[in-house]
Design a protein around this ligand. Structure first.
Ligand SMILES: [Zn+2]
Length: 349
């Protein structure tokens, strides 16, 4: 082909349009002449690329802005939106923050925190919150939600309090039943609230002092109340009291494991019967809380019947409180109640 454009012939231009002597248009890519099909394909590809660029811009400009807007809205109301996975952290944040915080407990009502499933609305709440407090490995649905969340501050409590092996091949997550560990966690939560809302620093520090005083008082009561007892062993349905037992030199014997859904094997039941008789235990504790109104499981009832044990409630503080209990005081109130029950079961004067 005789092309008039010298640029095309010399290859100085990568893409150019040339005219032959009959003024027919030819398109060249480098020195290669393109067919009509080639040109069409290039146009489609260019159009697609253009669309991709436009889509990307839309995602950045439109897709991201509502999320930022919602975080902004939370701040405009003057309250920090905090999401927690289990009740004791709701108590903690409300005690530290008061009116400056708004807390969402994902395991509210009768939801069993171990079996937490997130609704679409809760997933959205995770994304728009200012702070998420959770324990990695405790609630798989929440772990997944946290990974997708765009919340700038996420506090995994287990990074501050290393979890211990439950003896069942899993980690024991029930750290909130140890008031000393709660105090450690409270220090970090207060620091995070101050970071998010520096204007409230004085408020948070004063409340932290109050909370630490409460937790120290509980620790002293437990230490003294369980110092001299007839027995150091106690029998529970759900192995939620491992950290508490370790702190106050008690031994927890449990019907089920750290996960209350797992039923005991015949071998494990035989061990329990042996321990109860050997230690002279009087009581079998079952999980109960004002929020859940749980009943003893079939295996707990059978053990109690067979061994003539008293069935008594103990609260692992996993359920949110009901209206009858003052939300702000429930954690220490329940801890007091649990101490009274343990002292009674173990013959502590
Ligand atoms: Zn539990």
């Amino acid at each position: 082909m005789d092309v008039q454009s010298t640029d095309c012939v010399s290859g100085r231009r990568f893409l150019c349009i040339g005219l032959d002597r009959y003024s027919r248009v030819s398109i060249f890519l480098g020195s290669m002449e393109l067919t009509k099909i080639d040109v069409l394909m290039i146009m489609i590809l260019m159009k697609k690329s253009l669309l991709s660029v436009v889509s990307l811009c839309c995602l950045v400009l439109v897709g991201c802005s509502p999320v930022s807007g919602e975080i902004g809205t939370a701040n405009e109301t003057g309250t920090i939106n905090v999401v927690v996975g289990v009740y004791p952290y709701a108590y903690m944040v409300e005690t530290l923050g008061g009116d400056r915080v708004s807390v969402t407990n994902l395991a509210e009502g009768s939801v069993e925190p171990h079996d937490l499933e997130l609704t679409a609305r809760q997933v959205r709440t995770l994304t728009t919150s200012d702070l998420i407090i959770y324990q990695r490995g405790f609630q798989p649905a929440l772990d997944a939600g946290v990974e997708q969340s765009q919340t700038p501050r996420i506090f995994d409590v287990t990074t501050v309090v290393p979890l211990e092996n439950s003896g069942e091949g899993t980690l024991d997550q029930h750290i909130w039943l140890d008031p000393v560990l709660m105090a450690t966690i409270a220090e970090d939560v207060a620091s995070l609230l101050i970071e998010i809302d520096p204007a409230g620093e004085e408020h948070y520090r004063a409340n932290l002092e109050g909370l630490i005083t409460t937790l120290n008082r509980l620790d002293e009561d437990y230490t003294q109340g369980l110092a001299t007892c007839e027995r150091r062993e106690f029998l529970v349905e759900h192995a939620a009291f491992g950290y508490l037992a370790q702190r106050y030199n008690l031994t927890q014997i449990s019907v089920k494991g750290v996960n209350p859904d797992v039923e005991p094997s015949p071998g494990h039941l035989a061990q329990i019967y042996e321990e109860v008789e050997l230690r002279g235990l009087t009581t079998i504790f079952y999980d109960n809380s004002s929020g859940a109104e749980l009943t003893p499981s079939g295996s707990t009832q059978s053990i109690a019947d067979d061994l003539q044990l008293r069935i008594w409630p103990i609260d692992p503080l996993e359920q949110a409180p009901t209206q009858q209990v003052d939300h702000h005081n429930k954690y220490p109130d329940v801890m007091d109640m649990n101490l009274w029950s343990l002292r009674s079961a173990n013959g502590c004067p």
